[in-house]
Design a protein around this ligand. Structure first.
Ligand code: AQP
Length: 351
């Protein structure tokens, strides 16, 4: 069975991009895989160290996971900081990865801005902690939005360098598995994890600017649909979404230079579980005055039940805390098994 890992940061209100790009895929993968879904609270410290409400934000992301349909009994849901092995493996990966690799990450460049010398060392090392999250469970598949593709490539680079640097010890301890790397068959401890990216909604853009991704940190609330928005707010935001004056085309090519129109078609496709081409077949030749209300109705129909379930679950704080505690204990057992082997591979004295 594939082993799936993914995480979401407790840095603010979840939006439609997080839902369609990541959480909806988390839910779908439960039938075919063993899944571990994590609220990555240690990651959120890279952007800002002090939060007024980090614990409540962590609970709120957990409630969104559960309200969307993640089953915490069949799978594992927990917050990262409970399982200290994430930080331990990240430190080892800090010593495997090269500074040049981290400096090339576009997320680091975007978030650090011009004053890179003043960014936290954690922000630079963010992908190393992400690799640790994934490889601690030797996950084979990671569902994420398009923006995380580069970090997943780096995760594979870290796994490959670790496997390579310690190949003799991995073979000596008999803890490797055969895997194909290009033309070669190698014996490695960490898998080369596959990203699960794709579909019509892998990169949802801002409703105000088709060149920027929809993001929690955009100062304009009109740029995103939050999972907690009520029906009127969702309709208002879609009505005010930036578009152009043309009608919708019948073919995908007709969206090529129309990022805002393409984004709304992608959102419709993601929510309706259709392809963009099929959405265009349905709305070819229609104006946005027709398409936007249809999109608003669909968004309300899909998101309102999640929002109300989120409110219901959030009211039961003891339940949410118990889910995270239980998930943390189960994740901790798996994590410690990996770390025992990793410490042996490296030659750290233990026992
Ligand atoms: N716009 C998006 N379209 C599709 N997928 C997206 N994701 C984020 N934005 C979009 C995916 O959601 C998952 C969780 O993201 P995260 O919370 O770990 O971090 P993020 O990418 O930093 O989220 P934001 O909203 O963009 O926050 P800020 O504003 O802080 O940068 C990931 O799988 C991500 O790909």
């Amino acid at each position: 069975k594939p082993l799936v890992f993914s995480g979401v940061q407790p840095t603010g209100n979840l939006h439609l991009g997080n839902y369609l790009g990541a959480i909806k895929k988390f839910v779908a993968l439960q039938d075919t895989s063993d899944c571990i879904y994590c609220v990555v609270d240690l990651h959120s410290l890279t952007a800002q160290l002090v939060y007024e409400d980090l614990a409540d934000q962590t609970r709120s992301i957990t409630a969104a996971f559960l309200a969307s349909g993640i089953d915490p009994k069949k799978h594992i849901v927990f917050n990262q900081s409970r399982v200290m092995q994430h930080a331990e493996l990240a430190w080892i990966f800090n010593c495997v990865a090269r500074i040049g690799w981290m400096n090339r990450m576009t997320q680091f460049k975007d978030k650090a801005g011009k004053d890179r010398e003043n960014a936290s060392l954690g922000l630079l090392a963010y992908p190393s902690l992400m690799a640790a999250d994934i490889l601690l469970y030797r996950a084979t598949h990671v569902p994420v939005g398009e923006d995380q593709k580069q970090h997943l490539e780096l995760t594979r680079d870290i796994a490959q360098k670790f496997n390579n640097d310690f190949s003799d010890r991995i073979a000596g301890l008999g803890v490797g598995v055969e895997m194909q790397v290009g033309e070669e068959t190698v014996n490695g401890y960490f898998p080369l994890t596959e990203p699960v990216i794709g579909g019509p909604a892998a990169r949802i853009m801002s409703l105000r600017d088709g060149s920027k991704k929809m993001s929690k940190s955009d100062p304009s609330d009109l740029s995103r649909i939050n999972l907690t928005d009520d029906a009127d707010t969702i309709s208002k935001k879609i009505r005010k979404a930036k578009t152009d004056p043309e009608a919708l085309p019948s073919e995908l090519d007709g969206l090529a230079a129309r990022p805002e129109a393409e984004n709304l078609v992608g959102i419709y496709a993601g929510l309706a579980e259709m392809s963009k081409a099929d959405v265009l077949k349905e709305f070819a030749g229609q104006q946005f005055s027709v398409f936007k209300p249809a999109l608003a109705d669909l968004a309300v129909e899909k998101l309102a039940p999640i929002a109300s379930e989120m409110r219901r679950i959030s009211d039961d704080r003891a339940y949410v805390d118990a889910v995270l505690k239980d998930g943390g204990e189960r994740a901790g057992v798996l994590a410690e098994a990996t770390m025992k082997t990793v410490r042996d591979i490296i030659g750290l004295l233990q026992g």
